[in-house]
Design a binder for this molecule. Structure first.
Ligand code: AMP
Length: 571
């Protein structure tokens, strides 16, 4: 009875969302007022001469558009322990480390209770819509989540990745309970010091509770694919643990071992069943529904740089629905997926007008001159860069993401994530984004289907050490594949960049032939390990799709692991 009372009121949540999005313009004005009322005394805003004004017009006139670099000196003073109100009225006590895949190193952004609350609001909103379409029973979730260590900054602030700060917050657990989405693994596993060990234990917990698991999730879907690829390697060991009721010696941390010992009992029937199921699968197709018979869907961010993993995810999931999770960043949340029926390739995110103040730079015009427009002023079919003003001390902050407006939900826009702005392959007049690269890789990897070859992961680099410079695409592949096929893939990649600047430069050899470099198996795992070593969490990991020369360590990992290289003859 008590359990029931704690559950979220789905209809009420949907109703609140509907009425808020119907009044998006006013809610935005009120949200800006609230942010500025709470933080107007902060040094940053004081210096800009707002003098207590909270209307959007004054705000835009006084406050400049900024990037993380512009705010870095302010954030650094907070990190170093200054207790004066610098960016926010109330002092910031926690810092998030963004995944930093773009720059090669994590960046610091402020985190506070208001950001936590907006995180939970977005979780609840999309849950309400999801559960209306795909009801779940009171069971468990196999949540492939990992929390990196929280550390203390020089100035005594708590610092961790944004997901870590969220998972460690007591409200997270309560909300998961209210959403019937409790993680099947104990906290010691989520917060374990080594993600390889945590991953193994997550899988083991999933198998122990296989009948109760209602859905499988992660923050970014890369973690789900990564987990089941790992399952392919360790499944026999997992079965042995279940059979004997004894955890493998590869799990070495005492806290994790003792938490797992409470769950693990000898269960030869379950071990036999899993063993039989695994042997019965063809190339692991349909692995997830075989292992977890009551799973209703797979949930995690699947758009943007996660799209390349969809094929593998579908392979594991067979006909289970794949639902993309919401759109946000360490800096703040933006929109919720309220159309869970839509396949991830078409997923859009409706902006929640009360979780921040949003502006959009139209990308059709010259960006330096283009005037940002408000949330309700965007136009369907056009692309914009997102600007966020948050409750956590970021004002008119350029997030660096490109989105396309696909429609409106009441008066709030529906955004399709397109790509990161600064992930760009460019040598002279050519401009290719992360999305262009993704489409090229997709086209080229389709040539391989007969060969049973799979592109496990990919990245790119502009090599200017040759004259002329040329694009380099790195592929990690599985399976044996003939040289001729890879040569053809290389040509196909080169031809697939259809940007006029690229094609014309290639024709006159102002850009040299594209190079496909095949790297050893495990290379992208090394890159992941590198980022985790820097303090990133697996939960937030995104493979860097374009590695610049400044990201030397990752470039070295890629270059040191090349086994074969091909130059295009397409032009
Ligand atoms: P982080 O730096 O780890 O905070 O990651 C935030 C970034 O991840 C965003 O700025 C986006 O580029 C990307 N991202 C977050 N949510 C989504 C989503 N739903 N679809 C595509 N990309 C996303």
């Amino acid at each position: 009875m008590i359990e029931k009372m704690e559950l979220l009121d789905v209809d009420k949540l949907i109703e609140e969302f509907e009425s808020m999005t119907k009044d998006a313009g006013n809610v935005q004005r009120e949200t800006l007022k609230k942010i500025l009322d709470e933080n107007g005394c902060a040094e940053y805003l004081q210096n800009l001469g707002l003098n207590g004004r909270t209307d959007p017009e004054s705000f835009k006139a006084c406050v400049p558009l900024v990037t993380h670099n512009d705010l870095q000196p302010y954030i650094q003073r907070i990190v170093d322990g200054s207790s004066s109100p610098i960016l926010t009225g109330k002092p910031i006590t926690t810092i998030s480390l963004s995944s930093g895949t773009t720059q090669g190193k994590p960046k610091f952004v402020p985190f506070n209770d208001e950001l936590m609350e907006t995180t939970l609001q977005i979780y609840r909103t999309s849950y309400a819509f999801r559960t209306r379409e795909f009801p779940i029973e009171n069971g468990k979730a196999l949540q492939l989540i990992y929390s990196s260590k929280q550390s203390k900054t020089k100035g005594g602030l708590i610092a961790g990745t944004a997901t870590t700060n969220v998972f460690r917050n007591s409200q997270f657990k309560n909300t998961m309970k209210a959403m019937q989405s409790q993680c099947c693994s104990p906290d010691e596993v989520i917060f374990g010091p080594d993600f390889h060990q945590s991953l193994y234990c997550h899988l083991l917990c999933g198998l122990i509770f296989r009948e109760e698991i209602q859905f499988i999730s992660s923050t970014f879907s890369h973690s789900i694919v990564h987990a089941f690829r790992t399952f392919e390697q360790v499944w026999e060991e997992l079965c042995a643990d279940i059979r004997e009721g004894v955890l493998t010696s590869r799990i070495t941390f005492p806290s994790v071992r003792s938490a797992m010992a409470k769950l693990l009992k000898p269960n030869p029937e379950l071990a036999d069943l899993i063993h039989k199921k695994c042997l019965g699968l063809n190339n692991w197709y349909g692995l997830i529904p075989e292992l977890f018979p009551n799973v209703k869907y797979i949930y995690g961010i699947m758009t943007g740089s996660m799209e390349p993993y969809l094929k593998k995810l579908r392979h594991y999931a067979r006909d289970l629905p794949l639902i993309s999770a919401d759109y946000g960043s360490s800096e703040g949340w933006i929109g919720a997926n309220v159309n869970p029926n839509v396949p991830p390739e078409l997923a859009t995110y409706v902006v929640l007008p009360n979780i921040g103040y949003f502006e959009f730079i139209p990308l059709k015009e010259n960006v330096e001159e283009a005037k940002p427009v408000g949330l309700t002023e965007v136009k369907v079919g056009e692309e914009y860069e997102v600007i966020i003003t948050s409750f956590a001390g970021l004002y008119r902050y350029r997030l660096g993401d490109v989105v396309k407006v696909t429609g409106f939900h009441n008066l709030s826009p529906e955004l399709k994530f397109i790509c990161r702005r600064n992930l760009m392959l460019t040598i002279n007049i050519d401009k290719n984004t992360e999305k262009d690269l993704q489409l090229a890789v997709e086209a080229a990897s389709k040539l391989n289907t007969e060969e049973k070859l799979e592109v496990l992961d990919f990245s790119s680099h502009v090599d200017l050490s040759t004259n002329p410079g040329h694009y380099v695409i790195f592929w990690e592949i599985s399976g044996e594949v003939r040289e001729e096929v890879l040569e053809e893939c290389c040509n196909c990649l080169d031809r697939s960049f259809v940007d006029a600047g690229y094609v014309s430069s290639r024709k006159i050899n102002a850009i040299g032939p594209l190079e496909l470099r095949v790297v050893q198996r495990g290379t992208f795992q090394k890159i992941l390990n590198h980022y985790v070593g820097l303090g990133a969490a697996l939960s937030q990991f995104k493979t860097p799709r374009c590695v610049g020369s400044t990201n030397n360590e990752v470039l070295q990992i890629l270059c040191n692991n090349v086994v074969k290289s091909y130059f295009s003859t397409a032009f």
